[in-house]
Design a protein around this ligand. Sequence first.
Ligand code: NAD
Length: 296
Amino acid sequence: MKNITVIGSGTMGNGIAHTFAQHGFNVAVVDISDNALSKALQTIANNLDRQVKKGTIDEQAKADTLSRISVFTDLNDGAKNADLVIEAATENEEIKLKLFKQLSEICGENAILASNTSSISITKIASVTKKPGNVIGMHFMNPVPVMKLVEVIRGYATTDEVTATIMELSRTLGKEPVEVNDYPGFVANRVLMPMINEAVYTLYEGVAGVQEIDTVMKLGMAHPMGPLQLADFIGLDVCLAILKVLHDGFGNPKYAPCPLLVNMITAGHLGAKTGSGFYKYTPGSKELIVADKFAG
Ligand SMILES: NC(=O)c1ccc[n+]([C@@H]2O[C@H](COP(=O)([O-])OP(=O)(O)OC[C@H]3O[C@@H](n4cnc5c(N)ncnc54)[C@H](O)[C@@H]3O)[C@@H](O)[C@H]2O)c1
Protein backbone atom coordinates (compact mmCIF):
# COMPACT_ATOMS: atom_id res chain seq x y z
CA MET A 1 0.00 0.00 0.00
CA LYS A 2 1.55 3.31 -1.08
CA ASN A 3 -1.10 5.77 -2.17
CA ILE A 4 -3.52 7.10 0.41
CA THR A 5 -6.33 9.55 -0.31
CA VAL A 6 -7.81 11.55 2.55
CA ILE A 7 -11.20 13.16 1.89
CA GLY A 8 -11.82 16.28 3.96
CA SER A 9 -8.99 18.48 5.22
CA GLY A 10 -10.49 19.73 8.49
CA THR A 11 -9.37 18.90 12.03
CA MET A 12 -9.15 15.15 11.43
CA GLY A 13 -8.24 15.12 7.73
CA ASN A 14 -5.10 17.20 8.18
CA GLY A 15 -3.98 15.05 11.12
CA ILE A 16 -4.55 11.82 9.18
CA ALA A 17 -2.68 13.20 6.14
CA HIS A 18 0.20 14.35 8.38
CA THR A 19 0.49 10.92 10.04
CA PHE A 20 0.49 8.89 6.82
CA ALA A 21 2.94 11.25 5.03
CA GLN A 22 5.31 11.15 8.01
CA HIS A 23 5.34 7.36 7.71
CA GLY A 24 6.37 7.42 4.04
CA PHE A 25 3.00 7.16 2.23
CA ASN A 26 2.03 9.37 -0.71
CA VAL A 27 -1.03 11.30 0.43
CA ALA A 28 -3.61 13.04 -1.75
CA VAL A 29 -5.93 15.29 0.24
CA VAL A 30 -9.31 16.19 -1.29
CA ASP A 31 -11.62 18.94 -0.07
CA ILE A 32 -14.43 20.92 -1.69
CA SER A 33 -12.91 24.07 -0.18
CA ASP A 34 -9.64 25.56 -1.48
CA ASN A 35 -9.44 27.59 1.68
CA ALA A 36 -9.68 24.47 3.87
CA LEU A 37 -6.86 22.84 1.86
CA SER A 38 -4.56 25.86 2.29
CA LYS A 39 -5.32 25.98 6.00
CA ALA A 40 -4.66 22.24 6.31
CA LEU A 41 -1.23 22.54 4.66
CA GLN A 42 -0.38 25.42 6.99
CA THR A 43 -1.54 23.46 10.05
CA ILE A 44 0.52 20.41 9.03
CA ALA A 45 3.62 22.62 8.51
CA ASN A 46 3.10 24.26 11.92
CA ASN A 47 2.65 20.89 13.64
CA LEU A 48 5.79 19.53 11.94
CA ASP A 49 7.69 22.63 13.13
CA ARG A 50 6.60 21.82 16.65
CA GLN A 51 7.93 18.26 16.25
CA VAL A 52 11.27 19.64 14.94
CA LYS A 53 11.51 22.00 17.94
CA LYS A 54 10.83 19.09 20.30
CA GLY A 55 13.54 17.07 18.54
CA THR A 56 11.23 14.19 17.57
CA ILE A 57 11.95 14.73 13.83
CA ASP A 58 14.60 16.71 11.91
CA GLU A 59 14.26 19.39 9.18
CA GLN A 60 14.80 16.78 6.45
CA ALA A 61 11.95 14.60 7.76
CA LYS A 62 9.71 17.68 7.83
CA ALA A 63 10.56 18.54 4.20
CA ASP A 64 10.08 14.90 3.09
CA THR A 65 6.71 14.70 4.86
CA LEU A 66 5.44 17.87 3.19
CA SER A 67 6.72 16.75 -0.23
CA ARG A 68 4.56 13.59 -0.03
CA ILE A 69 1.31 15.56 0.34
CA SER A 70 -0.64 16.85 -2.65
CA VAL A 71 -4.04 18.58 -2.58
CA PHE A 72 -7.09 18.36 -4.87
CA THR A 73 -10.55 19.83 -5.13
CA ASP A 74 -11.59 17.26 -7.73
CA LEU A 75 -12.53 13.89 -6.18
CA ASN A 76 -11.73 11.93 -9.34
CA ASP A 77 -8.20 13.37 -9.65
CA GLY A 78 -7.49 12.89 -5.96
CA ALA A 79 -8.88 9.35 -5.56
CA LYS A 80 -8.29 7.51 -8.83
CA ASN A 81 -4.87 6.07 -7.83
CA ALA A 82 -5.71 5.33 -4.20
CA ASP A 83 -4.91 1.98 -2.58
CA LEU A 84 -6.76 3.22 0.50
CA VAL A 85 -9.21 6.09 0.89
CA ILE A 86 -9.91 7.52 4.34
CA GLU A 87 -12.98 9.70 4.33
CA ALA A 88 -12.90 12.42 7.00
CA ALA A 89 -15.49 14.81 5.58
CA THR A 90 -18.18 16.54 7.62
CA GLU A 91 -20.22 14.19 9.89
CA ASN A 92 -23.32 14.11 7.71
CA GLU A 93 -24.83 10.88 6.44
CA GLU A 94 -25.99 12.30 3.12
CA ILE A 95 -22.51 13.68 2.33
CA LYS A 96 -20.83 10.38 3.23
CA LEU A 97 -23.25 8.18 1.25
CA LYS A 98 -22.79 10.36 -1.83
CA LEU A 99 -18.99 10.29 -1.48
CA PHE A 100 -18.81 6.50 -1.08
CA LYS A 101 -21.07 5.95 -4.08
CA GLN A 102 -18.72 8.13 -6.16
CA LEU A 103 -15.58 6.51 -4.70
CA SER A 104 -16.91 3.08 -5.57
CA GLU A 105 -17.01 4.18 -9.24
CA ILE A 106 -13.69 6.05 -9.22
CA CYS A 107 -11.37 3.68 -7.31
CA GLY A 108 -9.87 0.39 -8.44
CA GLU A 109 -11.68 -2.76 -7.33
CA ASN A 110 -9.01 -3.66 -4.77
CA ALA A 111 -9.02 -0.26 -3.10
CA ILE A 112 -10.08 -0.23 0.55
CA LEU A 113 -12.61 2.48 1.40
CA ALA A 114 -12.45 3.59 5.05
CA SER A 115 -14.44 6.17 6.97
CA ASN A 116 -13.29 8.12 10.02
CA THR A 117 -16.93 8.68 11.05
CA SER A 118 -17.59 9.05 14.78
CA SER A 119 -21.02 7.46 14.66
CA ILE A 120 -22.52 6.78 11.23
CA SER A 121 -23.10 3.09 10.42
CA ILE A 122 -20.26 1.54 8.39
CA THR A 123 -22.73 -1.10 7.18
CA LYS A 124 -24.97 1.63 5.77
CA ILE A 125 -22.05 3.44 4.13
CA ALA A 126 -20.88 0.12 2.62
CA SER A 127 -24.36 -0.61 1.26
CA VAL A 128 -24.07 2.12 -1.40
CA THR A 129 -20.77 0.76 -2.77
CA LYS A 130 -20.11 -2.00 -5.29
CA LYS A 131 -17.89 -3.97 -2.88
CA PRO A 132 -19.17 -3.65 0.71
CA GLY A 133 -16.52 -6.17 1.83
CA ASN A 134 -13.85 -3.52 1.17
CA VAL A 135 -15.48 -0.86 3.37
CA ILE A 136 -14.34 -0.40 6.97
CA GLY A 137 -14.24 2.18 9.77
CA MET A 138 -10.87 3.65 10.71
CA HIS A 139 -11.71 5.93 13.64
CA PHE A 140 -8.72 8.07 14.57
CA MET A 141 -8.71 10.29 17.66
CA ASN A 142 -7.93 14.01 17.83
CA PRO A 143 -5.08 15.11 17.58
CA VAL A 144 -4.25 12.28 15.19
CA PRO A 145 -0.42 12.56 15.18
CA VAL A 146 -0.43 12.26 18.99
CA MET A 147 -3.28 9.90 19.93
CA LYS A 148 -2.43 6.19 19.84
CA LEU A 149 -5.87 4.65 19.36
CA VAL A 150 -7.45 3.61 16.08
CA GLU A 151 -10.90 2.08 16.55
CA VAL A 152 -11.21 -0.30 13.58
CA ILE A 153 -14.89 -0.90 12.83
CA ARG A 154 -16.04 -3.98 10.95
CA GLY A 155 -19.23 -3.43 8.99
CA TYR A 156 -21.61 -6.35 8.51
CA ALA A 157 -19.87 -7.26 5.22
CA THR A 158 -16.25 -6.22 5.91
CA THR A 159 -13.94 -9.13 5.04
CA ASP A 160 -11.36 -10.69 7.38
CA GLU A 161 -8.63 -9.80 4.88
CA VAL A 162 -9.55 -6.10 4.76
CA THR A 163 -9.78 -5.98 8.58
CA ALA A 164 -6.36 -7.62 8.97
CA THR A 165 -4.83 -5.20 6.43
CA ILE A 166 -6.17 -2.15 8.29
CA MET A 167 -5.11 -3.50 11.71
CA GLU A 168 -1.58 -4.07 10.38
CA LEU A 169 -1.46 -0.69 8.63
CA SER A 170 -2.48 1.06 11.86
CA ARG A 171 0.47 -0.58 13.64
CA THR A 172 2.78 0.62 10.83
CA LEU A 173 1.68 4.16 11.74
CA GLY A 174 2.73 3.55 15.36
CA LYS A 175 -0.90 3.27 16.50
CA GLU A 176 -2.70 0.72 18.64
CA PRO A 177 -5.72 -0.59 16.68
CA VAL A 178 -8.74 -2.10 18.44
CA GLU A 179 -11.25 -4.13 16.43
CA VAL A 180 -14.93 -3.54 17.18
CA ASN A 181 -18.25 -4.35 15.53
CA ASP A 182 -20.54 -1.87 13.83
CA TYR A 183 -23.26 -0.84 16.30
CA PRO A 184 -24.29 2.74 17.14
CA GLY A 185 -21.42 4.76 18.65
CA PHE A 186 -19.05 1.77 18.25
CA VAL A 187 -17.21 1.58 21.62
CA ALA A 188 -15.52 4.98 22.06
CA ASN A 189 -18.58 7.18 21.74
CA ARG A 190 -21.04 4.68 23.20
CA VAL A 191 -19.15 4.90 26.49
CA LEU A 192 -17.98 8.53 26.29
CA MET A 193 -21.17 10.33 25.21
CA PRO A 194 -23.48 9.02 27.99
CA MET A 195 -20.81 10.17 30.47
CA ILE A 196 -20.71 13.65 28.94
CA ASN A 197 -24.53 13.78 28.79
CA GLU A 198 -24.76 12.74 32.45
CA ALA A 199 -22.26 15.48 33.37
CA VAL A 200 -24.50 18.01 31.58
CA TYR A 201 -27.57 16.65 33.44
CA THR A 202 -25.67 16.96 36.73
CA LEU A 203 -25.07 20.64 35.94
CA TYR A 204 -28.66 21.15 34.66
CA GLU A 205 -30.14 19.72 37.87
CA GLY A 206 -27.92 21.94 40.00
CA VAL A 207 -26.07 19.12 41.69
CA ALA A 208 -22.77 20.96 41.18
CA GLY A 209 -21.11 23.67 39.06
CA VAL A 210 -18.95 23.26 35.94
CA GLN A 211 -15.62 23.32 37.74
CA GLU A 212 -16.83 21.05 40.53
CA ILE A 213 -18.06 18.39 38.10
CA ASP A 214 -14.85 18.51 36.07
CA THR A 215 -12.67 18.48 39.19
CA VAL A 216 -14.43 15.39 40.57
CA MET A 217 -13.77 13.50 37.34
CA LYS A 218 -10.17 14.77 36.96
CA LEU A 219 -8.97 14.19 40.51
CA GLY A 220 -11.31 11.35 41.42
CA MET A 221 -11.12 9.26 38.27
CA ALA A 222 -7.70 10.39 36.99
CA HIS A 223 -9.20 11.69 33.75
CA PRO A 224 -6.81 14.20 32.10
CA MET A 225 -9.70 16.64 31.62
CA GLY A 226 -13.26 16.84 32.90
CA PRO A 227 -16.24 15.76 30.75
CA LEU A 228 -17.60 19.32 30.31
CA GLN A 229 -14.27 20.66 29.09
CA LEU A 230 -13.90 17.64 26.82
CA ALA A 231 -17.38 18.32 25.41
CA ASP A 232 -16.29 21.90 24.66
CA PHE A 233 -13.27 20.61 22.74
CA ILE A 234 -15.22 17.98 20.81
CA GLY A 235 -17.94 20.55 19.97
CA LEU A 236 -21.35 20.51 21.66
CA ASP A 237 -23.07 20.12 18.28
CA VAL A 238 -20.95 17.04 17.54
CA CYS A 239 -21.84 15.56 20.97
CA LEU A 240 -25.54 16.14 20.28
CA ALA A 241 -25.33 14.53 16.84
CA ILE A 242 -23.69 11.41 18.31
CA LEU A 243 -26.23 11.20 21.17
CA LYS A 244 -29.01 11.32 18.56
CA VAL A 245 -27.40 8.41 16.68
CA LEU A 246 -27.30 6.40 19.95
CA HIS A 247 -30.88 7.40 20.84
CA ASP A 248 -32.26 6.53 17.39
CA GLY A 249 -30.08 3.44 16.96
CA PHE A 250 -30.96 1.74 20.26
CA GLY A 251 -34.37 3.34 20.85
CA ASN A 252 -33.41 3.62 24.52
CA PRO A 253 -34.38 6.81 26.46
CA LYS A 254 -31.15 6.62 28.47
CA TYR A 255 -29.40 8.28 25.51
CA ALA A 256 -31.83 11.26 25.32
CA PRO A 257 -29.75 14.45 25.09
CA CYS A 258 -29.97 16.80 28.09
CA PRO A 259 -32.19 19.85 27.32
CA LEU A 260 -29.37 22.15 28.51
CA LEU A 261 -27.05 20.76 25.82
CA VAL A 262 -29.72 21.40 23.18
CA ASN A 263 -30.34 24.95 24.49
CA MET A 264 -26.67 25.87 24.44
CA ILE A 265 -26.34 24.75 20.81
CA THR A 266 -29.48 26.65 19.81
CA ALA A 267 -27.94 29.75 21.41
CA GLY A 268 -24.73 29.26 19.37
CA HIS A 269 -22.47 28.13 22.23
CA LEU A 270 -20.77 25.18 20.56
CA GLY A 271 -17.66 25.03 22.74
CA ALA A 272 -14.04 26.02 22.06
CA LYS A 273 -14.60 26.55 18.32
CA THR A 274 -17.12 29.37 18.96
CA GLY A 275 -15.19 30.76 21.96
CA SER A 276 -17.86 29.70 24.43
CA GLY A 277 -19.41 26.53 25.82
CA PHE A 278 -19.23 25.41 29.44
CA TYR A 279 -16.08 27.55 29.54
CA LYS A 280 -15.02 30.68 27.66
CA TYR A 281 -12.02 30.57 25.38
CA THR A 282 -9.79 33.51 24.56
CA PRO A 283 -8.02 32.99 21.23
CA GLY A 284 -4.34 32.19 21.79
CA SER A 285 -4.79 31.72 25.54
CA LYS A 286 -4.99 28.41 27.37
CA GLU A 287 -6.81 29.96 30.32
CA LEU A 288 -10.30 28.60 30.94
CA ILE A 289 -13.00 30.87 32.29
CA VAL A 290 -16.26 29.33 33.45
CA ALA A 291 -18.97 30.87 31.24
CA ASP A 292 -20.95 33.54 33.20
CA LYS A 293 -24.19 31.63 32.82
CA PHE A 294 -22.78 28.75 34.86
CA ALA A 295 -20.48 30.63 37.24
CA GLY A 296 -21.01 29.56 40.83
N1 NAD B 1 -13.15 16.34 15.51
C1 NAD B 1 -12.97 15.23 16.19
O1 NAD B 1 -12.53 15.25 17.35
C2 NAD B 1 -13.25 13.89 15.55
C3 NAD B 1 -12.72 12.73 16.14
C4 NAD B 1 -12.92 11.49 15.51
C5 NAD B 1 -13.67 11.42 14.33
N2 NAD B 1 -14.19 12.57 13.78
C6 NAD B 1 -14.92 12.44 12.51
O2 NAD B 1 -14.07 12.87 11.45
C7 NAD B 1 -14.84 13.45 10.39
C8 NAD B 1 -14.32 14.86 10.13
O3 NAD B 1 -14.46 15.63 11.29
P1 NAD B 1 -13.66 17.00 11.48
O4 NAD B 1 -13.79 17.36 12.93
O5 NAD B 1 -12.31 16.90 10.84
O6 NAD B 1 -14.59 17.99 10.61
P2 NAD B 1 -14.22 19.44 10.02
O7 NAD B 1 -15.49 20.19 9.95
O8 NAD B 1 -13.05 20.03 10.74
O9 NAD B 1 -13.72 19.12 8.52
C9 NAD B 1 -14.55 18.56 7.54
C10 NAD B 1 -14.00 18.94 6.17
O10 NAD B 1 -14.71 18.18 5.19
C11 NAD B 1 -14.85 18.99 4.04
N3 NAD B 1 -15.93 18.44 3.21
C12 NAD B 1 -17.28 18.50 3.39
N4 NAD B 1 -17.92 17.86 2.38
C13 NAD B 1 -16.94 17.37 1.57
C14 NAD B 1 -16.96 16.63 0.35
N5 NAD B 1 -18.10 16.24 -0.23
N6 NAD B 1 -15.78 16.32 -0.23
C15 NAD B 1 -14.60 16.70 0.33
N7 NAD B 1 -14.53 17.42 1.47
C16 NAD B 1 -15.67 17.73 2.08
C17 NAD B 1 -15.14 20.37 4.61
O11 NAD B 1 -14.88 21.39 3.64
C18 NAD B 1 -14.17 20.41 5.81
O12 NAD B 1 -12.91 20.97 5.43
C19 NAD B 1 -16.29 13.37 10.86
O13 NAD B 1 -16.88 12.22 10.33
C20 NAD B 1 -16.17 13.29 12.38
O14 NAD B 1 -17.26 12.65 12.97
C21 NAD B 1 -13.98 13.79 14.36
